[in-house]
Design a protein around this ligand. Structure first.
Ligand SMILES: [Zn+2]
Length: 480
């Protein structure tokens, strides 16, 4: 089955063909670390985490690079306000970024290049652009000459006239064209600055992503991602810089995620609907927030509201409950295969096929989640047949379905949430082992009609918010 991805560059779904067979190379524009991550930051990184996990699931060797823009006006302003060095601010919020994204189950990138650590690479690219006639120097500043690059405007679909009409009035009349953008800025007092052939200064915003992506992924790579607000000018400028520098196509597929609105209003600090992830997770678990982000296709706009979050929390609970049911079914006696268990395994195969079909259609996580819900329904049907109708349990079928369910949940990054909910604390295996031991002691007590001991164990577990349910198939436990 072929995979289709929506390419912003061509405005259509295209068949994915990797640059190098078996490999996928991804660059995603990271954060400017001057504040804690907000919900709008979380969306691209959770989206790309799922895409990356899916490629790994398909057997690809994935290389994932995401930068930190640690040299930027916003960081310098924050540093001046607090009267600390710029790198104090950057390091503080880079640490916050990792803490938040780890909590959301976002796997770490292979490399997190920082601008401040790649100044020589950036200078090399700028110098070559000057040498090739794509850039010019004025008073220690270096500008990219957009009219030198024929394809300028291709990604965003804008003509030069559109851009100029849409741009803020640029008072710098030293530039050849008002749309020419800075590759290098001469030093101003109190700002971080590095030596360069054009004097002391620092890089402009866009050049870092060209220099750092090419360094780690090569001159042409598969995917470049980010929010749709980055299409123009950031990604448009990245293409102009990179392709002028290498003379080769820069990126094959440009993927952009949609905006997040809050109660159907654009999210902004001034509207007061600006949500930091750390504030949201005081009310909802990080797993619920992650589930909310992937339950909608990445290109669609996503509206954040309490109702939606509560809805997704209930959805995630249903999926988790199905996982718990599988854990429980595994503890029951094995009665061998049956027509019911064969249908059960077939349902899991169907769910996996539907999941793959959804993900191969431009990473449609919304439909992939539906496939998981369908399988959860089948798990409940099988469970009620075994427990209520007393049809036999097929331990091997349960194992097969559970492996499949966990594998698909893991692509979406939800498996950890299932496991941590089923068990107490992080050490899932140890907890499961201890619970098995406790419940077997209780079962022995019950067999000997030692009700006092059996009740004592149940009540003590109750104190720990662990509920024990007895059934003809044995005891089952869950967290309250
Ligand atoms: Zn970038």
């Amino acid at each position: 089955m072929t995979m289709k991805v929506y390419n912003t560059l061509t405005r259509q779904k295209e068949t994915f063909v990797p640059v190098e067979p078996g490999k996928v190379k991804i660059y995603v524009c990271g954060v400017t670390p001057y504040n804690h991550p907000h919900i709008g930051n979380a969306r691209p990184f959770v989206t790309w985490d799922v895409i990356r996990r899916y490629f790994v699931y398909l057997g690809y060797d994935v290389q994932y690079v995401q930068n930190f823009t640690d040299v930027d006006d916003k960081i310098i302003n924050a540093a001046n306000t607090e009267n600390v060095s710029w790198d104090v601010i950057a390091n503080r919020y880079i640490a916050s970024y990792f803490e938040i994204m780890d909590s959301l189950g976002v796997k770490r990138a292979d490399v997190y290049p920082r601008v401040s650590e790649h100044i020589p690479e950036i200078i090399d690219v700028v110098q070559k652009l000057i040498d090739k006639g794509f850039a010019y120097v004025i008073d220690g500043d270096v500008y990219y000459k957009i009219t030198a690059f024929d394809d300028y405007g291709h990604l965003s679909g804008r003509s030069l006239d559109d851009m100029q009409a849409g741009a803020r009035v640029d008072i710098d009349d030293r530039k050849e064209n008002p749309m020419d953008f800075a590759l290098w800025k001469s030093a101003k007092p109190g700002e971080p600055a590095w030596e360069s052939p054009w004097g002391q200064g620092r890089p402009g915003w866009h050049i870092e992503c060209s220099a750092m992506s090419i360094k780690y992924l090569g001159e042409t790579f598969d995917f470049h991602g980010g929010g749709s607000d980055l299409i123009f000018p950031h990604h448009e400028n990245e293409i102009a810089q990179s392709e002028a520098y290498t003379g080769k196509p820069f990126v094959h597929y440009w993927l952009h995620n949609g905006f997040i609105t809050v109660n159907e209003e654009k999210m902004s600090k001034s509207l007061g609907n600006f949500f930091l992830v750390q504030d949201i997770t005081k009310h909802y678990s990080p797993a619920v927030l992650r589930f909310f982000l992937i339950a909608t296709h990445y290109r669609s706009p996503l509206d954040f509201s309490d109702e939606r979050l509560s809805e997704e929390a209930r959805g995630l609970e249903r999926l988790t409950a199905a996982y718990e049911t599988l854990t429980y079914l595994k503890t029951l006696s094995h009665d061998g295969p049956s027509a019911d268990s064969a249908a059960f395994v077939a349902a899991a195969k169907q769910a996996e096929a539907d999941f793959i079909e959804a993900m191969n259609d431009d990473f449609n996580t919304s439909l992939a989640v539906s496939a998981l819900f369908n399988l959860a329904k089948e798990i409940n049907i099988y469970h009620s047949k075994v427990v209520s109708e007393k049809s036999g349990n097929d331990a091997r079928a349960v194992e097969t379905v559970m492996t499949c369910y966990a594998r698909l949940a893991d692509v979406l990054g939800l498996k950890e949430a299932f496991v941590s909910n089923t068990t107490v604390g992080a050490d899932a295996e140890l907890t499961q082992g201890l619970m098995d031991l406790i419940l077997s002691i209780r079962a022995e007590a019950r067999q000997k009609k030692d009700w006092a001991t059996a009740d004592k164990i149940r009540d003590a577990l109750g104190q720990l918010n662990i509920i024990v349910e007895d059934s003809p198939q044995g005891a089952r436990w869950k967290k309250q």
